[in-house]
Design a protein around this ligand. Structure first.
Ligand code: ADP
Length: 179
């Protein structure tokens, strides 16, 4: 298989995850799944109070795992909530836990037969994961999933701001070197 196999199925954008018109958006949640600051708060505000009500029934979520809810007032029909690792020094399984967030989110998308999914840059906000390192993991896992995907055909990596967009565009060129 060539390096460019799935490149046309991955889109890096500078935008707001709450605005994405996809089957599911991914929420970089915390373990309680009861909302928080940053993007998590923005998703709950945009989805409306029904989202929190459904999240209350889920009993939280462990780091690296994922759970799915409806999207309520969001343009996306579903929200996949995943809990990224808090960055310590890279010696506490952070890379593998971040990869698990992507894998478990894709697994839920497949179970629900979803075609399009938008991810934020999980763990790169208050959880402090270095963005270039996180970007390479995100793109590597996305590529690996798309190569074997049954249902998911398009993945949007939503970067919040120009710097995040540049870092992810560069990482995309590294993972797909001939592009
Ligand atoms: P974490 O706790 O996993 O680090 P954060 O919510 O703090 O999650 O941030 C994760 C990333 O999402 C950061 O890079 C942040 O800039 C970005 N972000 C914040 N708001 C939005 C939004 N509305 N849409 C997309 N990305 C966002």
């Amino acid at each position: 298989m060539s390096n460019e196999d799935t490149l046309d199925q991955i889109e890096v954008v500078d935008g707001d995850i709450t605005k994405q018109r996809v089957d599911a958006i991914v929420n970089a949640a915390n373990k309680t799944l009861l909302g928080g600051g940053g993007m998590d708060g923005a998703i709950h505000r945009a989805a409306g109070p029904e989202l929190l009500a459904e999240c209350r029934t889920l009993g939280g979520c462990a780091t690296g795992q994922a759970k799915i809810t409806q999207g309520y007032r969001l343009p996306a029909q579903w929200v996949i909530h995943t809990v990224g690792p808090v960055w310590r020094n890279g010696q506490h399984g952070e890379d593998d836990l971040l990869a698990s967030c992507y894998r478990n989110s894709f697994a839920l998308a497949e179970q629900h037969r979803l075609r399009t999914i938008a991810f934020p840059c999980i763990s790169t906000g208050v959880y402090g994961f270095p963005m270039d390192r996180a970007a390479r993991i995100a793109i590597r896992e996305t590529r690996a999933h798309l190569r074997n995907s049954q249902s998911v055909v398009n993945v949007i990596l939503v970067c919040f701001g120009a710097q995040a967009y540049e870092i992810h565009s560069r990482a995309l060129r590294e993972v797909f070197p001939r592009s």
